[in-house]
Design a protein around this ligand. Structure first.
Ligand code: PMP
Length: 389
């Protein structure tokens, strides 16, 4: 982060560690939603009943039963596929690394949304890509600008998108744009990485089919995750891709870490076998919808009018835009943390190229209802007292 000096970062971390600070910064799911009792029984079963299998090595692409279960779920979500199209990953995060390892040589262009998921940039950067960014609005990536970007970078290798409830903006790509994206990808021979760990956390409106569902040329790799619908500590995600790409990625997975934990894959598989994960996801959605409404209502009531924010239909984040020239990193270090005892993620780091300082990502997932109201109100009061209007 060039916007901050190392000392400023240290001060921020020190202030952020203060237990009185209310943080809307992290992207963690709400731990009170983990199905602990169910998992406790399953962990016992996985070891006591089938320990000779679950504590053994397995195939690098992941235990077949879990791959079948994921393929069934993805097929229901408009991506017809089978076990051989699924690679189990150490979280979707590993997919970002392996796909870049497979496709990117130094200097190759990766196109991203602007802003984009910071963890993806961290995964891609070691492969030394060049970035081209495309503007977003409330319907996701702007396809006219994407077309211009492709005309300017005809050899671009990979497009990275988080089409559902994007991290950091909470924005969802419209159906029309998903179809146009595929047309452009086909025309410019572009690979697409569709990263969608929040897809099942939709709490309003109708689901929009994944970009992968429109892919007729095997150029989309879809990433899913158990992190937000079960538990991130299991470190389980998956890729859906053509058989050929799944095999190639599977070899890279073998080289990286042999396989995901057999025990953890068995736990996830048994959970899907024994329990209704869709009923569980419904509870998660209801909780996040309530928290999102609470956060947005409190922002509306207490923040100055010149701060705008997105109203996501799912996921964990809202994205705030402050007036031009307002620096959210400085404001957090100088005022939000020391005076209101509130933390958020300053927006600058989510921009791959030129960093914009007047945005912030707020997460409503982890704090209790009354803490959301208290923290957002404290920040609102502080902003209002400093704002000229
Ligand atoms: N992609 C996006 C957009 C994310 O926000 C995250 C983290 N929440 C990940 C990928 C990685 O998730 P995981 O590795 O836990 O599946």
């Amino acid at each position: 982060m060039d916007v901050m000096k190392p000392n400023a970062i240290r001060d921020l971390l020190r202030l952020g560690a203060d237990p009185r600070v209310i943080s809307f910064g992290g992207g963690y799911p709400d731990a009170s939603l983990f199905p602990i009792t169910e998992l406790e029984g399953i962990v016992h079963e996985a070891v006591a009943v089938s320990g000779r299998d679950t504590l053994q090595y397995t195939v690098s692409n992941g235990i077949p039963r879990l791959r079948q279960q994921i393929a069934e779920r993805m097929t229901r979500d408009s991506i017809p596929c089978a076990e051989d199209n699924i690679l189990i990953l150490q979280g979707a995060q590993q997919g970002l690394d392996l796909v870049a390892k497979m496709l990117i040589d130094k200097g190759n262009v990766i196109i991203t949304e602007n802003p984009t998921f910071l963890g993806a940039l961290i995964a891609f950067n070691p492969y030394e890509p060049a970035y081209a960014t495309v503007r977003m609005d409330q319907d996701g990536m702007d396809m006219d600008e994407l077309e211009l970007t492709l005309q300017r970078n005809p050899g671009a290798k990979l497009l990275y998108t988080v089409p559902d409830f994007q991290n950091p903006t909470g924005v969802t790509m419209s159906l029309e744009r998903r179809k146009r994206l595929i047309e452009l990808a086909n025309r410019y021979d572009l690979m697409v990485l569709e990263d969608s760990p929040y897809r099942e956390l939709r709490y309003q409106g109708t689901p929009i089919p994944p970009i992968k569902s429109f892919d007729t040329e095997g150029r989309v790799i879809f990433l899913g995750s158990f992190s937000k619908i079960l538990a991130p500590g299991l470190r389980l995600g998956w890729a859906v891709a053509s058989e050929e790409l799944t095999q190639q990625l599977g070899l890279l997975k073998l080289a990286a870490d042999t396989q995901c934990s057999t025990l953890n894959m068995s736990i996830a598989s048994l959970y899907l076998e024994r329990y209704d994960i869709d009923a569980h996801i419904k509870t998660i959605r209801e909780t996040y919808r309530r928290k999102k409404d609470l956060m947005l209502d409190t922002i509306r009531r207490t923040f100055p009018q010149n701060v705008s924010f997105t109203d996501p239909s799912g996921g964990l984040f809202t994205w705030l835009t402050f007036p031009e020239g307002f620096d959210t990193t400085r404001f957090m270090a100088d005022h939000a943390l020391p005076e209101a005892k509130v933390a958020y993620v300053p927006g600058a780091t989510f921009f791959p190229l030129e960093q914009r300082v007047n945005h912030a990502r707020f997460s409503y997932s982890t704090q209790a209802d009354e803490v959301i109201v208290r923290g957002v109100s404290a920040l609102g009061q502080l902003l209002t007292s400093r704002s000229p209007n």
